[in-house]
Design a protein around this ligand. Structure first.
Ligand code: GLN
Ligand code: ZN
Length: 763
């Protein structure tokens, strides 16, 4: 049987972020729902037209979303919490209310989609949840796609509706605040399967030959009950008399024990990610059941931006050809996680650009590989040619021999500082800080003037000197305010930073930045991750000028402010030709040199932010130790060159440490600031239990809310904290940077925070 081609999903925000603009205009009341839907339907149409015209045999439908696909499903299944129903809004406005909240109604929780930087909304379920098919989005979407591709594609091109699978939907949901203590979302499986049965029947009736059910939750460790539920669910769905063929899609890792379970059911197809789990090829070849099934082989990386070594992908596909019923060439996951089109990047260095493949180019790669595998191929000559120029090749362009030699020569001692007690004493001598020392996390409000200065510099209406002048004025204002408030350790406020990763990427060798390389992060929020293509080096100091200017304005210590190696990697597209650990060490060395320069310039406190340490944590337990070893190791390499008397801070943007708790201790920072306001300091007890005994600053002021906390509330939190941490190691600070807040909120909040600290010091 001939090999065919597809992709698991496609970006939806629009090549020029058209959906973002339309949705935001709708929220602002500038366009109505009909106009919004028009923009959306044009975007869907152009996507399907393009995918079919480029030669895919099957295109995915229902991968479009106004905000988030999990939210779409919650509404489709009528899992709409009462607080949103009670608003009495239209369907669309109820949807956006769940996504964004409304005056007094909080939104659903937003959280990371597996180990990506995409965020989904967490459905809330409880014993009273009654699922029903409350909409027809997948059906409408499918009908639209089918009509379109039959017009533009080659004859026979089909559309395949995509749904989140029932297990992944439940496993990613959480019990609502009203749920009883023993409620588990999985208890709703039978109910939910009835809704899927109804939906599948309707899709079959509408002419869907296949349906794709995404079950990425099974590339994570799952309990025996969860595995049994998967088996039972797909046995039941497969037994339905009236349904499309079922493709269960997995991505971001290996299905592990779920692979044989699914293979043994009567579903017709299985999609596997052969990029993150190349060994799965052998496991597939060893499963006789798969000889009767369709296997969708994720051979083209859907999460990174490099051209595929097609010759290599071709030989791996050849192994599969003999062991499966039907082979479909595809991407490893939805292309949602990469930008649209390399050809739109006119400003990229050609030697970088020629190595890149964004969503459009990846579709071409899929099509080409599929053609090479067809009986009537004749294109393998092309592929052999393509292999030689694939991916980044540091042995020529982007190569830096000095950096490579430095990494190769690293010794364990390069990651070690003096023992903590010795450091603490030296730092106390140098800094003379009081108990319950007060500080902030780094950024101060990014005012309209600050953003305007950046925009004007970009447009060329002011020059660099004028821009620098405005930044210095802003820094002076921020320093004066902090002195006036009475903070103990000051910051310069980060006015010059557009983004905590891009700011560094723009100054380091080995990184490229794009003009239109937008990727959806959540809702209408998009990011442009830098592209780390070569060896990383620091041609010149990056933050020293601003930091030493700030330090020159005051006799109090100013904290130098850097982004850590793991976070820089997590929020960039990274080279895949060497282990991440090695790339992280290169970034760490650049930061180590920056710290040396900051120290030479007179900075005595330096913070290295690692908010993404938890994000890159591998999905399966077995891989976590190795990850923590290299990630923690790179942080230590960055910071261990600091003299004993220099105080190293780190900041982590979350409060549930779970699996990373050992890693946090391993960072060996003198002071660690964390989120804790929302959990009412609970996390401190966990930290203390784990044996952590260095300085810690549990955020007492929740900066995610516009509320100004009262002194009594702040001292209450600090008193709780003192139950787990002695006063000379307890720091008093907000729980994250202040850049999204206004001065009208920040000033009184910091005043209260300082009053609370002072009151407790005296008692
Ligand atoms: N130093 C950064 C800031 O204050 C930290 C941001 C973060 O934790 N994401 O903005
Ligand atoms: Zn933070």
């Amino acid at each position: 049987m001939n090999t065919t081609t597809t992709v698991l999903g496609y970006p939806r925000i629009g090549p020029r972020r058209e959906l973002k603009q339309a949705v935001e205009k709708y929220w602002a009341g500038e366009i109505d729902a009909d106009r919004l839907e028009e923009v959306a339907s044009e975007l869907r149409a152009s996507t399907w037209t393009d995918l079919a015209a480029r030669g895919l045999d099957t295109v995915p439908a229902n991968t479009f979303s106004y905000y988030d696909q999990l939210l779409d499903h919650a509404q489709l299944f009528d899992a709409v919490p009462e607080r949103y129903r009670a608003l009495g809004l239209s369907e669309l406005d109820t949807y956006f209310a769940m996504a964004r909240g409304r005056d007094e109604v909080a939104p659903l929780e937003l959280t990371k989609w597996f180990d990506t930087n995409y965020h989904y909304l967490v459905p809330e379920l409880d014993g009273r949840t009654t699922f029903r098919l409350a909409g027809d989005k997948p059906l409408k979407d499918f009908a639209e796609a089918r009509a379109l591709v039959s017009r533009v594609g080659t004859p026979g091109v089909a559309a395949r509706p995509v749904l989140i699978g029932p297990l992944t939907f439940l496993l990613l949901s959480k019990p609502s605040a009203e749920a009883s203590a023993d409620f588990e979302p999985l208890a709703l499986l039978d109910q939910l399967l009835d809704v899927y049965a109804e939906l599948l029947a309707k899709l079959a009736q509408a002419g869907a030959d296949w349906v794709q059910l995404d079950e990425p939750a099974y590339v994570q460790d799952r309990t025996a009950d969860e595995l049994a539920a998967l088996k039972r669910a797909y046995e039941e769905l497969a037994a339905l008399p009236n349904r499309p063929k079922i493709l269960v899609a997995s991505y971001f890792g290996d299905l592990g024990p779920a692979l044989p379970l699914l293979a043994a059911t009567d579903i017709e197809g299985l999609a596997v990610d052969l990029v993150s789990a190349p060994d799965v090829v052998e496991r597939i070849a060893g499963r006789p059941e798969l000889q009767r099934k369709t296997v969708v082989a994720g051979l083209i990386d859907g999460r990174n931006v490099w051209r595929t070594a097609l010759g290599d992908a071709l030989s791996r596909s050849a192994v599969l050809l003999g062991s499966v019923g039907q082979l479909v060439v595809s991407t490893s996951c939805s292309l949602l996680h990469v930008p649209y089109d390399v050809d739109a990047e006119t400003g990229l260095e050609p030697r970088v650009r020629e190595r890149l493949s964004f969503a459009r180019q990846k579709v071409d790669e899929v099509v080409l590989l599929g053609r090479a595998l067809r009986d009537d191929s004749g294109v393998d000559v092309d592929l052999a040619g393509r292999e030689s120029d694939a991916i980044c090749r540091p042995d020529d362009f982007g190569h830096n021999a000095a950096v490579r030699a430095r990494v190769a020569g690293l010794q364990p001692a390069d990651r070690e500082r003096a023992p903590y007690d010795e450091r603490a004493a030296a730092q106390q001598d140098a800094l003379g800080l009081p108990e319950l020392a007060t500080t902030t996390i780094g950024s101060f409000p990014q005012t309209a003037e600050v953003r305007r200065a950046r925009a004007e510099l970009r447009k060329g209406s002011i020059d660099q000197a004028a821009y620098d002048e405005r930044m210095r004025a802003e820094i002076e204002h921020v320093i004066r305010l902090q002195v006036d408030l009475g903070l103990d350790v000051l910051v310069h406020g980060e006015p010059e930073r557009n983004d905590m990763v891009q700011y560094f990427a723009e100054q380091l060798d080995g990184f490229a930045t794009t003009q239109l390389g937008w990727v959806q992060s959540y809702g209408s929020r998009c990011v442009r991750p830098p592209i780390l293509y070569g060896d990383v080096a620091r041609p010149a100091p990056m933050t020293v000028e601003w930091a030493s200017f700030a330090q020159g304005l005051t006799s109090r210590p100013v904290k130098g402010m850097l982004t850590g190696p793991v976070t820089i990697l997590a929020w960039s597209f990274v080279r895949d030709d060497q282990p991440l650990a090695e790339t992280a060490d290169q970034v760490a060395l650049a930061l180590r040199d920056e710290i040396a320069d900051l120290v030479a310039a007179g900075l005595q406190v330096i913070q290295v932010d690692e908010p993404a340490l938890r994000e890159l944590l591998p999905l399966r337990e077995v891989d976590r130790k190795a990850y923590l070893d290299w990630s923690v190791g790179s942080f230590r390499l960055a910071t261990a060159g600091a003299p004993t008397a220099v105080q190293i801070h780190t900041h982590l943007c979350y409060s549930e440490f779970g699996a990373v708790i050992a890693g946090i201790d391993g960072l060996d920072a003198d002071v660690t600031t964390i989120e804790a306001a929302r959990s009412r300091m609970e996390v401190l007890a966990d930290l203390a239990d784990s044996g952590f005994r260095r300085g810690v600053g549990p955020g007492v002021y929740d900066i995610h809310s516009p509320r100004v906390p009262e002194v009594a509330e702040l001292s209450g939190l600090l008193r709780t904290a003192l139950g787990s941490v002695p006063a000379d190691r307890l720091w008093v600070n907000p729980d994250c940077g202040l850049k999204t807040r206004t001065y009208a909120e920040v000033e009184p909040a910091l005043r209260n925070l300082i009053t609370a600290a002072h009151t407790l010091r005296q008692s």
